[in-house]
Ligand binder design. Structure first.
Ligand code: 6R9
Length: 662
């Protein structure tokens, strides 16, 4: 796709940092970028030294034997000492680490001192159960404070956690437990979701029917709806943890000690156990969190709406914020319970200053309407963030204007489970923003867009996104499968990390993400990115969300098939269908005009909110659906399929109409 990605460059507003923001910003000049460009190893060594406490300093910054990296060789540190103890020791024990808001409306404020006690007790409990350095502990919980406590307790004693999102099925949980050969599983009796109880422990019971490595199951009482406890295997959290000593010395760990395994959500294939280690990972997340979110620990209230089951929760709810002594909000439930204004009620209640969420959520809020945010005082917000998918300019502007009151910068952060920390993002006191672009590589990070031959495509130009230099928070491999690590990420372009995403440089060298390359469409010999066509559709005032896929076509090779969710006050019609096709044609060109448009109530998404285009492709090509286990709502594809088969989606008339306009 290196040649001729059909791109549209309509009028784009630029947003320079306001003088007031820049004046207070942690980064407002190019010195970090300059240091990263001059020598990335010294840059990262400087970040590691400045931001973290090391019990033993490293003998070598980087040992690089592609694709295997060791960072901060021989260095020793404890992650939880850096995230908790040192803040208590420096007199900040009474600062709130987490304001936790339960879905039913209960709340807790957990200070750094309290967190230290909770983590120490839990760590002692794990030790009592025989958990040792290097062992794996599976965690399958809702968004309760004990989830973060359990993660940190593992880190304190050098056990690796494998957090499995609480929405996954018993099969998915079992597969992940068995792959990592976890010794212990930590869960809750249940989790609250839209006012109902999800019986997590029942799901765990089913998973544990065939998990030979599991010795014990720790169960936190959250919903108290009654569940079976298996004698000899299951222990209540309150019986085990509460009686432990609140002291557990933080032992120094090797910088390359395995910190966690996290299975990628996998829009395409079998989940991979991505491995992250101690020193490099913590350096990466601490450094990027500080500069991207411009964190002022004594003033800011930060809220990342992700779940700890995803990498965003690991890096930017737990490790990055705590390493920077932040005060964060942690929310248990969904955005529409008890009503569609819950997020905005939380922002108002806690005076949230920095909000980090996903485009899929933003588009949902757009669809619900401005009255929900409009009912709350959101003036505390000073910075907004986006992650997970390309954010289309329309959603960006809405986020900026409606949520940010027209004054907040937006940091669109590109990264992956594999990268551990953000790789591409604006720095809000420095970078002039263009809505929809993630802008530039982070300091010390080597990013490029290359063609099929692995060479830089030039500016402007489109192709494959790669990382050109090792970075501290890089994955150390795929658990149990070194060949897959090499094959997936390092074989396509020798010496370069291939991210699997398409991207382009605009005339000014800004980077625009174009979605997964597997999703790129080839129409009459032209590579067209799904992200751009979707963005053009969402640019229309009636459209809330859109997904497009290339389907087999006898004349053009592939034709574009669009699936469109309308905003609340719009109805599907033939006239609107025509209008949308013309709209896309006008914005991008006739080649990108969808051949068919299907109006639907919802799109198939992974549980982390990413659209699963593969399934839509199968619907449009009328093929079998394959693996749907990562879908958030398995019924949605069947509903779309029913509709798809019952509509006549060809419409030649519009071709003429649009050709006439060109
Ligand atoms: C952090 C996270 C990684 C994939 C990645 C890309 C997409 C993430 C993005 C983005 C465009 C952004 N992605 N952030 N695309 N702009 N700001 O989401 O990790 O779940 O592993 O997904 O998500 O396609 O390759 P993960």
């Amino acid at each position: 796709m290196s040649d001729a990605i059909e791109t549209h460059q309509t009028e784009i507003r630029h947003f320079a940092p306001s003088p007031e923001f820049a004046a207070r910003a942690i980064v407002s000049d190019s010195s970090l970028h300059d240091a990263g460009d001059a020598d990335f190893e010294s840059f990262w060594a400087g970040q590691a030294r400045d931001l973290l406490h090391w019990d033993t300093e490293w003998s070598k910054v980087l040992d690089w034997d592609p694709p295997n990296a060791k960072w901060f060789v021989d260095g020793k540190l404890n992650v939880t000492y850096n995230c908790i103890d040192r803040h208590v020791e420096s007199g900040h024990g009474s600062q709130v680490a987490f304001f936790w808001e339960g879905e039913p409306g209960d709340e807790r404020a957990i200070t750094y001192s309290q967190l230290l006690e909770d983590v120490s007790r839990c760590a002692n409990a794990l030790k009592e159960l025989g958990v040792e350095r290097g062992d794996r502990v599976a965690i399958y919980m809702g968004m309760v404070p004990e989830l973060t406590v359990a993660m940190l307790a593992c880190a304190r004693i050098g056990a690796a956690h494998s957090v499995v999102f609480g929405g996954f099925s018993s099969d998915s949980l079992r597969g992940r437990i068995n792959d990592a050969e976890a010794k212990i599983v930590i869960t809750c009796d249940g989790a609250w979701r839209r006012g109902a109880v999800v019986a997590l422990k029942d799901i765990v019971d089913e998973a544990l029917l065939d998990t030979p490595s599991i010795e014990k199951c720790i169960v936190l009482k959250r919903t108290d709806h009654g569940n079976e406890m298996t004698e000899g295997r299951d222990i209540w959290w309150h019986d085990l943890v509460d009686r432990q000593s609140a002291e557990c010395p933080p032992e120094p760990m090797d910088a390359e000690q395995l910190l966690f395994i996290l299975y990628t959500s996998g829009t395409t294939a079998k989940p991979k156990g991505i491995m992250h280690t101690t020193g490099g990972y913590l350096t990466g997340v601490a450094s990027t969190f500080r500069s991207i979110f411009d964190i002022h620990p004594d003033e800011d209230v930060y809220w990342c709406t992700a779940d700890c089951g995803w990498v965003t929760g690991h890096s930017y709810i737990v490790y990055g914020p705590l390493a920077n002594r932040s005060t964060s909000v942690l929310y248990e439930g969904t955005p529409d319970h008890p009503d569609k204004d819950r997020f905005w009620a939380i922002v108002e209640k806690y005076g949230v200053t920095i909000l980090y969420t996903a485009p899929t959520a933003i588009r949902t809020f757009m669809k619900w309407g401005v009255e929900y945010p409009g009912a709350h005082d959101l003036t505390s917000l000073r910075l907004l963030g986006s992650v997970g998918e390309p954010i289309n300019p329309e959603a960006w502007i809405w986020y900026h204007d409606v949520i940010g009151g027209g004054k907040t910068p937006i940091v669109d952060t590109w990264w992956q489970t594999e990268t551990g920390a953000v790789m591409i993002s604006p720095l809000p006191g420095l970078t002039t923003l263009k809505p929809g672009s993630a802008t530039f590589a982070m300091p010390g990070i080597g990013v490029d867009v290359v063609g099929d031959d692995g060479r830089h495509v030039g500016i402007p130009g489109g192709g494959y996104l790669v990382l050109t230099k090792p970075w501290p928070s890089m994955l150390r491999g795929v658990w149990g499968d070194p060949e897959r690590f090499q094959e997936t990420y390092w074989s396509r372009f020798p010496g370069l990390y291939f991210a699997g995403d398409g991207a382009r440089y605009d005339d000014d060298g800004y980077i625009w993400l174009l979605g997964r390359v597997d999703d790129v469409m080839l129409v009459s010999g032209h590579n067209i990115s799904t992200a751009e066509v979707e963005s053009a559709l969402v640019d229309h005032h009636a459209v809330a969300e859109a997904a497009v896929v290339g389907v087999h076509d006898p004349t053009t090779g592939q034709a574009i098939s669009a699936f469109v969710v309308l905003k609340n006050d719009h109805e599907p019609s033939k006239a609107l269908e025509k209008e949308l096709r013309i709209h896309v044609g006008n914005l991008i060109g006739a080649i990108a005009r969808p051949k068919s448009i299907l109006f639907t109530d919802d799109l198939p998404k992974t549980r982390s909110g990413k659209i699963m285009r593969r399934l839509l492709r199968n619907v449009a090509d009328d093929e079998t659906l394959g693996d749907t286990t990562t879908l958030a709502d398995p019924g949605v594809v069947a509903r779309i399929k029913d509709r798809f088969l019952s509509v006549d989606s060809e419409d030649d008339e519009v071709d003429d109409l649009e050709e006439n306009q060109k």
